[in-house]
Design a protein around this ligand. Sequence first.
Ligand code: NDP
Ligand code: HSE
Length: 430
Amino acid sequence: MMRTRPLKVALLGCGVVGSEVARIMTTHADDLAARIGAPVELAGVAVRRPDKVRAGIPAELLTTDATALVKRGDIDVVVEVIGGIEPARTLITTAFEHGASVVSANKALLAQDGASLYAAAEQHGQDLYYEAAVAGAIPLIRPLRESLAGDKINRVMGIVNGTTNFILDKMDTSGAGYSEALDEATALGYAEADPTADVEAFDAAAKAAILAGIAFHTRVRLDDVYREGMTEVTAADFASAKQMGCTIKLLAICERAADGESVTARVHPAMIPLSHPLASVREAYNAVFVEAEAAGRLMFYGPGAGGSPTASAVLGDIVAVCRNRLNEATGPGESAYTQLPVSPMGDVVTRYHISLDVADKPGVLAQVATVFAEHGVSIDTVRQQGKDGEASLVVVTHRAPDAALSGTVEALRKLDTVRGVASIMRVEGE
Ligand code: NDP
Ligand code: HSE
């Protein structure tokens, strides 16, 4: 039975994502109504600049007063696609207080304040959905929260930022340097005018926090995530990676510790073997590899950004929330019952690729090897190339704790024969 009274949606923000949400809501109105069991009506659109021409949006729906829109009392679903912390946070909690559920794409806010937003939603009996906040169009949050809710997830590793994947892919395939690849990403509209959030990995770290919290049923905030950007990756790093049969990706890695008593979440550039499925993720695509106890290894792949792909995820959430409302129910809330602590980066165990500039004379290799041994870091391979009394030494280690590697590098820097540490990169996915 189709209900005739429409469910009302308030759209906060009508930029790259919001304008596509409005377009799909309009063009697919009949299909959405059939799938939900009631028509869905766009009841208002809050923006900053009301005079800007917005194709397909009736002028009478536009308002600059987002607060008044969420306080109307007749809104069923508030879609927050403004971004940032404020006013988004206050608007979302105000929406709950006034009887609306919320769909958001705001990873920055969810990574910082997810727990309090969930609490506000629960207090007011409303839904909080955010499929679009991680990896754009790729269905990932719902599979983790619902399809895999009966399994135990041990590891989530993925490429969750399209801009940086595009830049690293260009550096790899065309030999371009970082700046040149960034310029191309900007010209094609992938990188924003200020690319800091992407290239310094704040965006990926926010997504890692959200994924770790859901995967391990605990609370992980942005500040808990170890973060290293990709601006220091050089053409020489790619050349070294190639020699090892690897490429370089900016990876978000969330892991349950071997003893199951803690978790870690980190984002940094890493070498991965060309045979690993994530190595073949090209251009601005995202992909996330999930390892679960019963299910085994799952890979989620697709467009991680852009107006239309992100709007697809938002629309999926709108349909889910509307169905819940018609059933007078709510979907899953926060699941943080394990209360597992987040361990520091020093506890993470992985392999390392270290490139050193050293003096090329007798005993140097032995000196360097001694420093590794003194810190309990076992060497897997060493490669040396010498020229005019100087040499480049590339050491690849076996698995070791990050703290031990940091101690090793600190001690190496103090050796007279070590002219410099050219690069340190973790090796993952083996
Ligand atoms: P945009 O900057 O393109 O759009 C933001 C919109 O919010 C604009 O319409 C702007 O109005 C409006 N706005 C800003 N401040 C206010 C305010 N105080 N009151 C009312 N409206 C306001 O952002 P995006 O669409 O790119 O991103 C939106 C959200 O989606 C962010 O959280 C982002 O992280 C997330 N996201 C984006 C993806 C993407 O590919 N772009 C992918 C995945 C998630 P005006 O138009 O007048 O300037
Ligand atoms: N700037 C982000 C990216 C948008 O490049 O992936 C999607 O969150």
